[in-house]
Design a protein around this ligand. Structure first.
Ligand code: HEC
Length: 109
């Protein structure tokens, strides 16, 4: 008889857990959320953008570039060199001018 009561109690607690889950069902349907414009994972389209995507997103977001006030060619050159020389960004020498041209065009003054 004890076994029967145990079995009954066990099955009731399973049912109880089922009811508890049903009382708080997960949300269903489509949820729409508004994202900020620059999520920091992509650069503006333009010639050279693939190069920037490739070399400038390893350490930080694209927002580091997009929040700059708009830099000259000389300033972007200094930035790219700083990333390369001071912070160790693995940017090949022959990609620097592509990057600077892209940055000065899309994020220039
Ligand atoms: C090896 C890692 C690394 C890579 C790759 C890298 N950066 Fe940076 N970058 C940094 C660090 C570190 C900082 C300074 C972060 C801080 O001060 O919070 C920084 C800061 C910046 C800033 C803010 C201004 C400043 O000088 O601090 C800009 C703009 C920037 N990076 C642009 C770029 C561009 C453009 C590229 C691609 C050519 C690039 N970064 C690639 C590490 C990197």
């Amino acid at each position: 008889m004890k076994k029967v009561w145990f079995a009954l109690a066990a099955s009731l607690s399973v049912v109880g857990a089922g009811v508890a889950i049903a009382a708080n069902p997960p949300p269903r349907g489509t949820v729409t959320i508004e994202m900020p414009n620059d999520m920091g994972t992509s650069f503006r389209p333009g010639p050279g953008v693939e190069t920037a995507q490739r070399y400038c997103l390893t350490c930080h977001s694209s927002a580091y570039v997009s929040i700059q006030p708009g830099l000259t060619i000389a300033q972007w050159t200094a930035e790219v060199k700083k990333m390369k020389n001071a912070y160790g960004a693995p940017i090949p020498d022959d990609q620097v001018s592509t990057l600077v041209t892209y940055l000065a065009t899309e994020y220039g003054l």
